[in-house]
Design a protein around this ligand. Structure first.
Ligand code: SF4
Length: 262
């Protein structure tokens, strides 16, 4: 099966190289039927809205790491209201945050790669095992590590087809789609969080720096491993040098919080 899917992905990578988001999603729905899922970090509902136009009973994957901002959980709940036919599938780690911290301490401080592996990469792989394709909101302008993202590709790590319908979208196109269709957004965006992940590892980007500069700020880590094309899970783009200003244990780091949280 995976050989068939790989060949399918390689053919589509060429044929859909210049496809619009609508074309890529129409191909996904037609090719994979019910065996595809849309990943969302609940920063906004752009990708969900696009996919909803080709499939109403859409499966949406949310990585419930246990470390999210309350606004992100609220956005997830709002998506379920705005897109009522959507089925939100939460991918959770085997350990609760409390159990993980009791066993390992605050891994996001001492070993964020391991934390991402346990709370994102492994749960993602478990859910994706039930599908033939997944759809992501990765865009080339997100970061240098994403500059060559194709519209369709073979995901070697997870063994299925990966579709990136908005890979070629600029920030202006993205913002225009939100404005034109009144797309749901995480309220943290309006207070300056331009790339939202887990609360301990997310801060506002510094002026003049890219949107993802607020992710794991102070670390060379730029990706959580979800979009790695290698088998070295979680290690692509990661400098394993420990953060020098962090101690292995102790109180939680001070991170900027959104104004609504006070
Ligand atoms: S982003 Fe941070 S808190 Fe979330 S899984 Fe990765 S290291 Fe852990």
């Amino acid at each position: 099966m995976s050989t068939h899917l790989r060949m399918l992905a390689e053919k589509a990578q060429h044929e859909l190289a210049d496809a619009t988001a609508a074309e890529a999603l129409a191909w996904t729905a037609e090719t994979f039927g019910d065996r595809w899922i849309v990943a969302s970090n609940m920063q906004d509902a752009v990708l969900i809205d696009l996919a909803y136009q080709v499939k109403r009973d859409l499966d949406v994957l949310f990585l419930e790491t246990g470390y999210h901002f309350v606004e992100t959980i609220g956005t997830r709940d709002a998506v379920a209201v705005v897109y009522p036919e959507v089925r939100i599938i939460s991918a959770e780690a085997e350990q609760t945050v409390a159990d993980q911290e009791a066993q390992f301490g605050q891994l996001y401080r001492t070993d964020p790669d391991r934390c991402c592996h346990l709370r994102k990469v492994v749960p993602l792989q478990r859910v994706l095992a039930g599908y033939d394709a997944w759809v992501t909101g990765v865009r080339r302008v997100d970061a240098p590590t994403r500059a060559n993202t194709p519209i369709v590709q073979w995901d070697e790590l997870n063994g299925l087809v990966k579709v990136n319908p908005i890979a070629a979208w600029s920030d202006e196109e993205f913002d225009a789609y939100i404005a034109q269709r009144g797309i749901l957004q995480n309220p943290l965006v309006s207070v300056g969080y331009l790339s939202i992940g887990c609360e301990p590892c997310t801060s506002k980007p510094l002026p003049g720096q890219g949107a993802r500069s607020g992710r794991w700020a102070g670390l060379a880590k730029t990706e959580c491993g979800l979009h790695s094309r290698t088998h070295r899970v979680g290690l692509e783009g990661v400098d394993l040098q420990p953060r020098l200003d962090l101690q292995p244990a102790g109180p939680a780091p001070v991170v900027p919080t959104a104004e609504p949280q006070g």
